[in-house]
Design a protein around this ligand. Structure first.
Ligand code: FCB
Length: 482
């Protein structure tokens, strides 16, 4: 074959390394329902979802996918798809309601779930915090209160005592960027605070909670791999010839990626982020006063694994631009406010790329670039992709869901991931987001990310055609050429 005969990369068959892991992911509040059962008390999402205008359609997680009662059926779905791993999160307000004493009934649910998974030959991957802070702790200041980090350690030890011998991977936080900056700067996520630098304060306490928990679990004799999941982006300048746009991209890279990566993997906040935010105050003092001596040593405790979630990157500008056309899916109330402290001038003009049903640009090449850059800039532990996927408006027709766009999205991103592995990045596995259609936070139930369709009236589950395709990839470890 001459070079001209070589098929384009996206059509070539690709083969993942032997032992590469395949899984699907969920999170407690998005699927469990049973919001007031067996001693669970409200989390910040129970409260936030009831605020007028906070969630499209006024949806809440009260019932969700009723996974709390249907977990055997859901585990069987994972088994039938032949996926070796299942990523789930534990609900803090079930296990330590109000952030207080241990609730055995809540803990028992996760004991049953882990038993069910192990019985089905599926490896559990546990996330301790996927955004459901007990409301009582929020009432005491939540993640802007340093004490919450210590309450998190108590909670982490409880879960580890109960499950640590049977769960081989425990991650602390899911996407602290969202908890910190969507929760406290833009207000688009619970607890819905719009307090500028409070996002930085929350970010530090989330990182501190992570670091202290890793230290505590190790002191408790943890045998599980310990890690964290970050959502990371590729921030490009909108106009590559414009220094103002370059600076906007640098600031976003700082406040999205490096504000977490540097403390975790280098034990220091990035100088440029500190300089950019030096004048920002929280409670009448510079925000960085919350960083105490010794904190960064805890935050940079050795990681056994880094979870990376990738959906898309974006181009940023420091000039005004009209909001991009995202198909109008965003609730108007959700549009207000930047998530970047001090970033009121930063805009995100679209690039004309195709968009998924939730309005997010489809940018698989960014996935390769992100992973290669992480590997070049940091001394990384083994990486797992803990989330990647797409929302599209699926329909069940004659008992089938032909979600070709989702399959194409997942295929393009798996090919981009494979390219990063070929470039030498040590990625060990991939979780599809999500196993099930579920409560998509501020978007409610209207956005469907599942590879399995959920009918919310009947709770009937229907694997989509993307699930069947993904099952074949997982079984063979390869993507066929076409
Ligand atoms: C991520 C979240 C996950 C889900 C996907 C679409 O930010 O971790 O819960 O909502 O986005």
């Amino acid at each position: 074959m001459t070079e001209l005969d070589t098929p384009p990369a996206h059509l070539r068959p690709v083969e993942f390394p032997p032992g590469f892991g395949w899984g699907a992911a969920t999170a407690a509040y998005q699927i469990e329902g049973a919001a007031a059962e067996d001693g669970r008390t409200p989390s910040i999402w129970d409260t936030y979802s009831r605020l007028p205008g906070a969630v499209i359609g006024g949806d809440t997680g009260d019932v969700a996918c009723d996974h709390y009662h249907r977990y055997p059926e859901d585990v069987a779905l994972v088994r039938d798809l032949g996926l070796g791993s299942y990523r789930f999160s534990v609900a803090w307000p079930r296990v330590r309601p109000d952030g207080g004493a241990v609730n055995q009934a809540g803990l028992d649910f996760y004991r049953r779930l882990v038993d069910e998974l192990l019985g089905a030959g599926i490896t559990p991957w546990l996330t301790l915090y996927h955004w459901d802070l007990p409301q009582t702790l929020e009432d005491a200041g939540g993640w802007t209160n340093r004490d919450t980090a210590h309450r998190f350690v108590d909670y982490a030890r409880t879960v580890h005592d109960a499950l640590g011998d049977r769960v081989p991977t425990i991650t602390t936080m899911n996407e602290p960027w969202c908890s910190a900056f969507l929760g406290h700067t833009s207000g688009r996520h619970a607890p819905g605070r719009r307090e500028g630098a409070a996002g930085l304060v929350a970010a530090h306490h989330l990182m501190l909670a992570h670091g202290l928990a890793v230290q505590a679990l190790r002191a408790d004799g943890a045998t599980a791999d310990l890690g964290i999941t970050l959502n990371l982006t590729v921030a490009d300048p909108h106009d590559p010839t414009d220094p103002v746009d370059h600076d906007a991209a640098r600031r976003v890279d700082g406040l999205f990626n490096r504000v977490f990566l540097d403390p975790l993997l280098r034990g220091a906040y990035p100088e440029d982020v500190l300089a950019d935010t030096a004048a920002m105050q929280f409670a009448g003092r510079p925000w960085s006063d919350v960083v105490h001596d010794g904190d960064l040593a805890a935050v940079s405790s050795k990681l056994d694994v880094l979870g990376v979630n990738y959906y898309n990157g974006a181009a940023y500008s420091g000039h005004p631009h009209p909001a991009p056309d995202d198909g109008g899916v965003r609730h108007p109330d959700l549009l207000s406010g930047t998530p970047f402290p001090g970033g009121e001038d930063i805009t995100e003009p679209g690039r004309g790329l195709p968009r998924t049903g939730i309005g997010w640009e489809v940018q698989p090449e960014g996935f390769t670039r992100l992973l290669v850059r992480l590997d070049a800039d940091y001394d990384l532990p083994p990486v797992w992709i803990t989330e990647n996927g797409a929302a599209y408006p699926d329909e069940v027709v004659d008992g089938r869901v032909e979600d070709h766009e989702r399959r194409a999205y997942v295929e393009a991103h798996l090919r981009a991931l494979h390219a990063a592995i070929e470039a030498g990045v040590d990625v060990r596995g991939y979780f599809a987001w999500s196993l099930l259609d579920n409560f998509e936070w501020s978007y409610g139930y209207g956005q469907r990310f599942g590879i399995v369709h959920v009918d919310y009236d009947t709770q009937v589950r229907t694997p989509k055609s993307s699930a069947h395709w993904y099952a074949r990839v997982a079984a063979s470890g390869r993507i066929e050429g076409h």
